[in-house]
Design a protein around this ligand. Structure first.
Ligand code: IMP
Ligand code: MG
Length: 180
């Protein structure tokens, strides 16, 4: 797999250090409240697994499946592929996302979740790519802000692959756009 990677953006150690900081920040901000981590699968699974262990509070977790992407281009449409198991009414929801690119997926998720009347609703994302944002949607907590690269690893995929890389790297262009 490594030979498909152009460059490593964040090593496993750098990711770990940043996730530790995010966990500490959330722990401070949610004193006296119990966060409910609504995780967008599958890309956010490694991030959730690491982040939750750095939040020193009682918390709960649920998973939401949303599909929006084909290959490397956002289709601009999102739909639920797996709904939450539990009601979020009156709960302090934190959406756990892998990357915000155009923001269309997150806008859709936030609109959907707001209708379910959570007590509060915030977003933590591992990566933010503000260059491609369409519309106004932001995360409350951001791991790293990056340029408009297509990245894989630490949960992020290209065609369902590379999610298991322990680092975040830029995928070689010829992997997803082979020369004619
Ligand atoms: P958005 O709707 O354009 O913000 O796209 C969000 C979703 O697209 C993310 O949750 C990812 O699943 C996927 N995505 C966006 N950028 C990348 C990337 O660089 N690598 C892998 N997946 C990405
Ligand atoms: Mg995602």
């Amino acid at each position: 797999m490594d030979h498909d990677i152009e460059s490593v953006l964040f090593t496993a150690d750098e990711i770990n250090a940043r996730v530790t900081e995010l966990g500490a920040e959330i722990t401070r901000d949610y004193q006296g409240r119990q966060p409910h981590l609504v995780t967008i699968v599958k890309g956010s699974i490694p991030f959730l697994a690491d982040l939750m262990r750095h939040i020193d509070l009682p918390l709960t977790v649920d998973l939401l499946g949303v599909s929006s992407y084909c290959g490397t281009q956002s289709s601009g449409e999102a739909r639920l592929t797996k709904d939450l198991d539990e009601s979020i009414e009156g709960r302090h929801v934190i959406v756990v996302e892998d990357v915000i690119d155009t923001g269309l997926t997150l806008s859709y998720v936030l609109r959907n979740l707001r209708q379910r009347a959570p007590a509060s609703l915030r977003v933590v994302t591992m990566l933010d790519k503000p260059a491609r944002r369409e519309g106004k949607v932001d995360a409350n907590y951001v791991g790293f802000t990056i340029s408009d690269y297509f990245v894989v690893g630490y949960g992020l995929d290209w065609n369902q692959q590379y999610r298991n890389l322990p680092y975040i790297g830029v995928l070689k262009r010829d992997v997803y756009a082979p020369a004619e």
